[in-house]
Ligand binder design. Structure first.
Ligand SMILES: Cc1cc2nc3c(=O)[nH]c(=O)nc-3n(C[C@H](O)[C@H](O)[C@H](O)COP(=O)(O)OP(=O)(O)OC[C@H]3O[C@@H](n4cnc5c(N)ncnc54)[C@H](O)[C@@H]3O)c2cc1C
Length: 413
């Protein structure tokens, strides 16, 4: 007997949104087409790092906030419109298709603001939430250290409580935007004698405090752009009111903060990949140095088709995971999406590079990698940059461990 399928049961699956959701999408599209900053304004004031909110970027973030389009799932008093989970999904799909990010300080917007909303004191919420959402203050995220990356709970930057001050000593590394950020959302060890997950706290640290030094790390992709820094703390005094949440219970914020980051990654990743597949197809229509059309190479065509199939599998797996989350369940699809999405994007860039051949290098360094106002950056730069997504927010190896243990139930060793 042939296996039962949806068709043999007479079922039809309609993968489309209801009219109300489509109206939401149209309203957003029309707002975006009227409100994005003009490319010449973006070009005149380039974005230097993730802690640097330029003039146009602040105005753009404020327009989004004031119109309820910055964080649509949040309540109106915090710049949202109480959007449903499905509307938020549509929102992230649409936002992935425009050439600008919602904020030049994504850590502040997507990790730190939700963490303060969930764990901060009333005073901290009043002082930081709206200014962060409106791009008036920028943040860096002090988690990783030389001895604590994947194993974040090993962090050793020490904060000891002396009267009503914490005194902080230690070092962070890979701190995006630290050279420009006003504040650091910093994970510190407050009880060195407790088990490693139990003695961690979170402090809000003013980056201008005496005793902080920031050493930018040059990048492979663009030597003029140093987004990462090492940050050193030497007897830095932090008022005790800057403690976020409960003393020694910072690990729950760690998992909360990272969940915000993962949520951000997976919803927009597939839409971005689909857009890049479109760019790859356009590349196939271009003529190579010896006059042949790149798309005439059957190997190129096969690889693009394979990519498309993989991207659609990823998309529908994402929808399935999203449906679980929307029903309040946990979703192992997060880790699978993070792993496959970041590696698919890398493969895509490599296919483009190979199709361009040596020509890829001609254009690679002609234009600033992050000047998106002139269209997508060259493929060679995109390929180099694609490595970062396989590391940030949990490396591919760590995602494989999570999938093996939590999804497949395999033993730890
Ligand atoms: C673009 C980008 C932005 C970042 N921004 C920030 C930021 O703003 N703030 C911040 O604090 N950090 C930031 N990071 C750092 C990031 O969080 C860490 O790089 C990441 O957590 C990995 O830690 P690590 O670099 O110390 O590598 P390690 O943890 O030392 O890992 C080294 C290698 O060993 C592998 N490995 C480690 N443990 C295991 C294991 N148990 N099983 C198998 N393999 C393992 C890893 O996969 C990796 O390949 C950023 C990183 C990138 C790429």
């Amino acid at each position: 007997m042939p296996p039962a399928t949806a068709r043999s049961y007479g079922w039809r699956v309609h993968l489309r949104y209801d009219p109300e959701t489509e109206r939401f999408r149209e309203e957003l599209r029309s707002w975006l087409s009227d409100n994005q900053p003009p490319p010449e304004e973006v070009r005149a004031d380039p974005w230097l790092s993730s802690g640097h909110i330029t003039g146009w970027a602040r105005a753009w973030q404020q327009r989004l906030f004031d119109s309820g389009w910055l964080v649509p799932g949040w309540p109106p008093e915090l710049g949202g419109r109480n959007a449903t989970p499905i509307q938020q999904l549509v929102y992230f799909e649409e936002m992935a298709c425009i050439p600008l990010m919602r904020s030049c300080n994504l850590q502040g917007l997507t990790i730190i603001a939700p963490s303060i909303r969930d764990y901060g004191s009333e005073q901290q919420k009043r002082r930081y939430l709206v200014p962060t959402l409106r791009g008036e203050i920028s943040w860096c995220l002090g988690m990783s250290e030389p001895g604590a990356g994947s194993d974040l709970a090993s962090l050793s930057t020490r904060a000891s409580l002396e009267g009503d001050l914490f005194v902080v000593n230690g070092q962070k590394v890979w701190t995006s935007g630290a050279a420009h950020a006003g504040l650091c959302f910093c994970f510190v060890r407050t009880d060195p004698d407790a088990p490693k997950h139990k003695g961690i706290s979170v402090l809000i640290i003013d980056m201008k405090s005496p005793g902080i030094s920031v050493r930018p790390l040059p990048e492979l992709v663009d030597k003029d752009r140093a987004d990462f820094s090492e940050v050193y703390f030497e007897n830095v005094e932090v008022p005790s009111e800057n403690l976020v949440g409960v003393l020694n219970h910072g690990w729950s914020i760690t998992t909360g903060s990272l969940a915000h980051e993962r949520g951000m990654l997976w919803t927009s990743q597939v839409a971005r990949i689909e857009q890049k597949i479109g760019e790859l197809i356009a590349l196939g229509g271009e003529t190579g140095p010896s006059g042949e059309r790149r798309g005439d190479d059957p190997r190129f065509r096969d690889r693009v088709a394979e990519l498309y199939v993989e991207s659609q599998a990823l998309k529908y797996m994402g929808y399935r995971g999203f449906a679980k989350v929307a029903r309040g369940k946990s979703s192992p699809e997060h880790s699978v999406m993070k792993l496959l999405g970041s590696e698919l994007e890398q493969k895509l860039c490599l296919i483009a590079l190979e199709a361009q051949g040596p020509q890829a290098l001609d254009v690679a360094f002609a234009r600033h990698a992050f000047d998106e106002s002139e269209g997508a950056p060259p493929w060679a730069r995109q390929y180099l940059y694609s490595f970062s997504n396989t590391i940030a927010g949990g490396t591919s190896e760590i995602q494989r461990n999570i999938i093996a243990q939590r999804v497949l139930g395999l033993p730890r060793s």
